[in-house]
Design a binder for this molecule. Structure first.
Ligand code: HEM
Length: 408
């Protein structure tokens, strides 16, 4: 592609150190919307010579909705060309639904959906509202601090713990494991691959135990509904363990970063913060997710020779779908560079491209984002920026590590 310099690499975490590469995505959308990014780094044990970068909204949707041509299983869903992934790990990753294809995926998804009905999500609202209020009040008492640690981290994990019914006394351990699992591309966090893998094993073992307990002795909670219901398909306790692992990653870092980016966007767009405080538009949370796009990309792998918008794709080739680019596609969004909390309609792809893997936790995430900003508007209306955000070093998560603020 003439638009990008030789050696440019969308999977290089250093590229994301200061920004998401939106200008580069824009150039590709205009000139080469399905673009081959030659790769030299490869994954240990694989001979990857490159992968496709899909940048237009319509094409990202198309790849997402053609699971028979574009598999989530073959190379799993997260684009990683780093030294951190090995072939044997790929097998383990496939135990998570994110990395399954139909019909296996369909079976698991139907079971776990029982835990994410609108009713189960609404049932959490009162408890989470109270918690969001308490988190904001705690921050006000501190006067100033790191918004990520003080506010953004807390609610997403509490929401998952509430949903699954994890006892209060066990939550600190769950939070610790979850936080260790994801950030190993960022050397500053000093989380090695081994620490991450160990944390994942511990979390799975904990969840499997919980499942085994409930299978023996069902209670009125979601674990019991997923592992112990009679007469329908259930999850085995190992499947449940990997499901909890997926929730801890998929529901934790994503929502945390949506909240942190949302706060930063409000603080740098004071007109939008004033509007939010006055009118609390219901469209705000979706715009925050579009603006932040916490999950920059996922990947699929072509199951056969096929094509996408006229570009031939070979069997076995990887296809990166870049939600961050799709969410700034001017074919779909008026003035995509504007943060506009009244944007409606807002068909962003921050929660996925509408295929079988579409985010299971979307309504929970939207509710959490709403509850947090309502609590901040009520309790910390004069919150101010006290430093530039420090970004997570990651090519996959659009993350903020630290956001210094004054609460009042
Ligand atoms: C899948 C984003 C919050 C659970 C996904 C996908 C994306 C995504 C992009 C992949 C969609 C696809 O491949 O088509 C987000 C964002 C969130 C968020 C941006 C917050 C702002 C949550 C929460 C939970 C959750 C709170 C649960 C507690 C899941 C699960 C999947 C998923 C289980 C896999 C679904 C499947 O494979 O069928 N999410 N998510 N997510 N998300 Fe979320």
């Amino acid at each position: 592609c003439p638009a990008l310099p030789e050696g440019f690499d969308f999977t290089d975490p250093d590229l994301y150190q200061h920004r998401v590469p939106l200008p580069e995505f824009a150039a590709l959308r205009r000139t080469a919307p399905v673009w081959w990014n030659a790769q030299r780094r490869g994954v240990a044990g694989f001979d990857d010579e490159g992968y496709w970068v899909v940048t237009r909204h319509a094409d990202v949707r198309e790849v997402s909705t053609r699971p028979e041509d574009f598999s989530a299983r073959l190379n799993t869903s997260v684009i990683r060309f780093s030294e951190h992934i090995r072939r044997d790990e790929i097998e383990a990753q496939r135990l998570m639904m994110l990395n399954m294809d139909p019909p296996e995926h369909t079976r698991v998804r139907q079971i776990v959906q029982r835990g994410f009905t609108p009713r189960s999500v609404r049932a959490l609202e009162a408890a989470l509202r109270e918690r969001a209020g308490a988190i904001a009040t705690g921050a006000r008492e501190r006067g100033s601090g790191d918004f990520v640690a003080d506010i953004a981290c807390e609610l997403p994990l509490q929401a998952i713990a509430e949903l699954i019914g994890i006892p209060q006394d066990d939550r600190a351990r769950i939070f610790d494991w979850s936080n260790k699992m994801i950030a190993y591309d960022d050397p500053e966090l000093a989380i090695t691959e081994e620490i991450g893998a160990e944390a994942a094993m511990e979390l799975i073992a904990y969840a499997m135990n919980l499942a085994a307990d409930r299978a023996k002795c069902p209670a009125r909670d979601i674990v019991s509904r997923l592992v112990a219901a009679e007469g329908e398909g259930n999850l085995g306790s190992d499947e449940f363990g990997f499901f909890v692992l997926l929730l801890a990653v998929a529901g934790n870092e994503t929502t945390r970063n949506a909240i942190s980016h949302g706060m930063h966007a409000f603080l740098t767009h004071p007109d939008q913060w004033d509007l939010y405080k006055r009118e609390r538009p219901v469209t705000a949370a979706e715009e925050i997710v579009r603006w932040a796009t916490p999950v920059v990309s996922f990947q699929r792998t072509a199951t056969r020779d096929t094509e996408l918008s006229g570009t031939p794709i070979g069997a076995g080739q990887r296809v990166g779908i870049f939600y961050a680019s799709a969410n700034h596609d001017p074919e779909v969004f008026d003035a995509p560079e504007n943060f506009d909390i009244t944007r409606d309609p807002n068909p962003h792809l921050g929660f996925g491209g509408g295929g079988p893997h579409f985010c299971l936790g979307k309504s929970l995430a939207v509710m959490e984002i709403d509850l947090v900003f309502q609590a901040i508007a009520d309790t910390l209306p004069d919150i101010q920026l006290a430093g530039e955000p420090r970004r997570l070093r990651s090519a996959w998560l659009n993350g903020i590590k630290e956001l210094r603020v004054r609460y009042a």
